[in-house]
Design a binder for this molecule. Structure first.
Ligand code: CU
Length: 259
């Protein structure tokens, strides 16, 4: 080689392989399958992992959780369908790659209209259902025909029946009768929670908060503190016994006599 030689021209780099068109049918198929699996899971699993309802409030809570999950299933599944497609076809070494630029969604009026309409319908549906559920829950308080004072302290619950001398740590309630709990605390903030009845309200020192509930079946139901309140918070539990009206009356009389 001499100084006068011109360097050999570098060969043109090969054209990158053209991106294959997105297979929308595959994405839609994965989306439908994932949606179906999620909907079945919501309908079958949720009612089994949540406590069996023991009040009208808990029944409404379970229905709302399942309904909102089913409504969210197609939305979440669409995201996962896109992710599955990308992992399957666009991973390194797959010989395929995503298009260099996405389709111009902003100029795709039909897509924009469909996207906005479906999102708006879902949001309005959830809002209307949520407001209806809140109104139904508030209406429970209007039906209350008895009151029980529930007082939290580190680390136990004490219940007092107003108008009587009865104070107990394991209260009884008559089935089918709506009760309002007047809840307070003697020391720190606790949270009064009847698990299977879906009733929960903070217990604040110096304040009275209320929660109303209609027990719908006879049984023993868990009361827990749902606010971390100190060393033995986990042991701040008791049970509420829901019994027939006559059993409740005889329990109340026995308690009065022994008070
Ligand atoms: Cu507590």
């Amino acid at each position: 080689m001499t100084l006068t030689d011109t360097p050999a021209p570098t060969p043109p780099s090969p054209e990158p392989p053209a991106a294959r068109p997105i297979r929308w049918k595959e994405i839609v198929a994965v989306w439908l399958v994932l949606t179906a699996i999620t909907v079945v899971g919501d309908l079958v699993v949720f009612p089994r992992v949540m406590p069996r309802s023991a009040s009208t409030t808990m029944h409404l809570t379970i229905v709302t959780v399942v309904l909102f999950s089913v409504t969210a299933a197609p939305v979440g599944s669409l995201v996962y369908a896109g992710a599955v497609y990308a992992l399957r076809h666009w991973r390194a070494g797959s010989g395929d790659e995503p298009p260099p630029e996405g389709p111009p969604y902003r100029k795709h009026n039909q897509l924009s209209i469909a996207w906005l309409s479906i999102s708006a319908m879902l949001a309005v549906f959830l809002l209307v259902w949520g407001l209806g559920a809140l109104a139904a829950d508030n209406a429970v308080a209007q039906k209350a025909t008895m009151t029980v004072d529930a007082t939290g302290q580190q680390w136990l619950w004490t219940f007092h029946y107003p108008g009587t001398k009865v104070t107990t740590e394991t209260p009884y309630l008559p089935v089918g009768r709506t009760v309002t709990f007047d809840v307070t605390s003697l020391d720190v903030t606790h949270s009064f929670w009847i698990v299977q009845m879906g009733a929960k309200i903070d217990a604040n020192p110096g304040e009275v908060t209320t929660v109303s509930v209609t027990p719908t079946r006879i049984g023993d139901f868990d009361v827990r503190c749902a606010e971390l309140c100190g060393l033995y918070h986990a042991f701040m539990t008791t049970q509420i016994h829901v019994v027939s009206a006559s059993q409740y009356q005889s329990w109340l009389q026995t308690q009065e006599l022994s008070a």
